[in-house]
Design a protein around this ligand. Structure first.
Ligand code: ATP
Length: 214
């Protein structure tokens, strides 16, 4: 087996911002992936419901990546109109790609709670993890997470090509200090957030008056 992995980047994307695009593009290049699939969730099991509708969040992802051929979007989660469990999405992607390595991308903030995810053991049978650092989120002190990492960590991205799933690669990416929460707050306060988003996404938010009443 020596196929380039497909990256999978799930999120609420409420809205998608340049921090997400920078993360995905950096990981795509540094980890030698064949592409990255962005998968907006309908509703995350661990968070309060998104502000924008699933369709609006999907449309914004489409706009953000329209000139970025290494990034693609998948509507599997939003079309199901129910809580999105990553293990279900990965079962679907594994059926479509029986032997290709799949690599689930997440920030360290998400990984620190990975042991609370539904069927997390199954997730590791279906995909590798690529973990990126993020400003203001420290290394974990969660014993379970430390153990999961110790058993599965690899130190070069090339190793992700050798198996379809089960390994964890941590990448230091120099992330952009942008969060969707900050963008929603700026918009609610009628402040300019245009530099934090793709131009067309900012236009879409304004055209559809998103995030003005939260
Ligand atoms: P919110 O502020 O609403 O929590 P968010 O900006 O964290 O939103 P999500 O859609 O929840 O966006 O993020 C999806 C994934 O992207 C998560 O794994 C998160 O860690 C990661 N991520 C979000 N923003 C950044 C960033 N600026 N740099 C690196 N990773 C990020």
């Amino acid at each position: 087996m020596n196929k380039l992995p497909i990256g999978i980047f799930g999120g609420t994307f409420d809205p998608i911002h340049l921090g997400h695009i920078h993360l995905a593009t950096t990981i795509y290049k540094s980890c030698n992936l064949q592409k990255i699939l962005l998968i907006p969730c309908y509703q995350s099991p661990l968070r309060t419901p998104p502000i924008a509708s699933a369709q609006d969040r999907f449309n914004m992802v489409q706009l953000a990546i329209k000139n970025l051929p290494h990034l693609d979007v998948d509507n599997y989660e939003i079309k199901h109109h129910t809580i999105s469990y990553t293990n279900d999405t990965l079962e679907y992607l594994r059926q479509k790609n029986p032997s290709t390595p799949l690599a689930l991308i997440m920030g360290i903030d998400a990984f620190n709670k990975f042991d609370e995810w539904h069927k997390w053991q199954r997730i590791l049978e279906l995909a590798h993890l690529i973990i990126a650092n993020r400003p203001n989120h420290w290394q974990t002190t969660n014993e379970k997470i430390i153990k999961i990492l110790a058993e599965r960590q690899v130190f070069t991205p090339k190793q992700l090509q050798e198996k379809p799933a089960g390994l964890i690669y941590c990448i230091d990416i120099n992330p952009l200090p942008i969060a969707a929460t900050e963008i929603r707050t700026l918009i609610k306060q009628q402040k300019d957030a245009s530099l934090l988003l793709a131009k067309d996404v900012w236009q879409y938010i304004n055209d559809n008056k998103l995030y003005t009443n939260q």
